[in-house]
Design a protein around this ligand. Sequence first.
Ligand code: GLA
Length: 518
Amino acid sequence: MNLFPCLALPLSLLLSVGTSSPAALSTKPAAKGTGKLQGVWVFSQAPDYPGLRGLQLQVKEGRLVGTLTTDWYGPMPMHDLTVQDGVARFGIHNGNPRVPMKTWTAQIDPDGQLHVVGDLWYEHVDLKARKGTGADASRFAFKVAPLPAWSALKPDGLAQTPPMGWSSWNKFAEKIDDATVRAIADRMVSSGLRDAGYVYVNIDDGWQGTRNANGVLQPNAHFPDMKALADYLHARGLKLGLYSSPGPKTCAGFEGSYGHVEQDARTWAAWGIDYLKYDLCSGEGHFLTEESRKAAYLAMGQALRRTGRPIVYSLCQYGRDQVGTWGREVGGHLWRTTGDITDDYKTMAEIGFDRNGRAEDAGPGGWNDPDMLEVGNGGMSLEAYRTHMSLWAISAAPLIMGHDLRSMSDGVLDLLTNLEVIAIDQDPLGRQGRRVRRLGDLEVWSRPLADGSVALAAFNRGTTSAIVDLQPQDAGLKRIDRARDPWAHQESDFRGGAITVPPHGVFLLRVNGPRAAS
Ligand code: GLA
């Protein structure tokens, strides 16, 4: 289960792009009767999420100000703090600019404890805190890590085409272990998927253990020896990817890299990793400005470069802050453009058609990432999975599979290993395709390719068959002299005209090319 509340929100909330500007601290005058509330308060029995440790209220420059300290987000300032009849009321910002600030209350109960009630993401907090001391405050104090000054990284030559591979998350979530990863890797080789181009084997959330006395992050018991696993993959022509967060916690509540950025990058490089997905998660509640979020991604980008190991850097902050405009500058080779995909046509289509990033941001070395593939997970028809693959290919999207390779059908394997469709995705020109027109449920897309040919697709988002008049102009051509059907692996006599597209289906062609003038 993903514990991170951001991801339990409706997709519509997660998908819209925005920036966060935290409200200013309260400037209201300290009310009478705040004396007893002031000081340090300690939560002794707080649930893991959000790991409430302490609360401090004090008068500064004549105003009452306060902070909640949590394991997940560090110190969270109280906004619009007022006290009336002994009850303190304040707002706590969730970090996500689209989630309204929640109102919290704190008051002293007859037993002398501070009774704190509020909401953070999906979690309702109703806890008591005992009066603490300065020593308590230093115990729960959150060590704030410095962020680098802005300085754009230069391209390093990796990811000249969109990365291809597999990730554990969509199928296994955090229930993943060394034996399963090895078995998937073996199947990647024996099924021909590796030879079709899928080389990254990415362990998503759930591999992390705890830090040792020197702060070095260890894998958990499910991954006895990460270096040995990397060696196993490398010996088979595969590469290893890992996952972390710039925040204190990952989305599933595992240890993030906060305060250990350089150290973690060195640890991973020593294990031999080739890919890192860096997921904002709890950093969302900690890095409250766009500038700090960008700097947090830059910090890891710099740290990875300093290891001297070529590591593909995958940014995952759900497409916020116009990431496509700065993703490369922090060293990113791909950046998520959306919230999470799920294994259903509606979500896949919303993401693939409407949230796949700005085409002008993508190109060799840096790609829009509309999230990993769901092909083979069973929630969609083969026709819909063919749409999923076609849409990702025309969008120059990374092809990171997300199913259990050990039990896939031949139909699923055929979809994933269609070399002509993969060639569209991996086209060396690296231009992301665009929507040419939309007519109700029908969408026409085209993508120019390096050999002068054009990938042309008509998609039907509706639930009944639809007819569309597809013309050479849709591909930016005067006429179609040659057409090839990549799914059927055969030439097509299509030269323009009406075609029928099945429900949730696609009609995909590669038209013209070096042997035919447009
Ligand atoms: C977030 C990401 C997912 C996955 C999970 C892991 O939801 O967007 O892709 O990595 O975290 O917890």
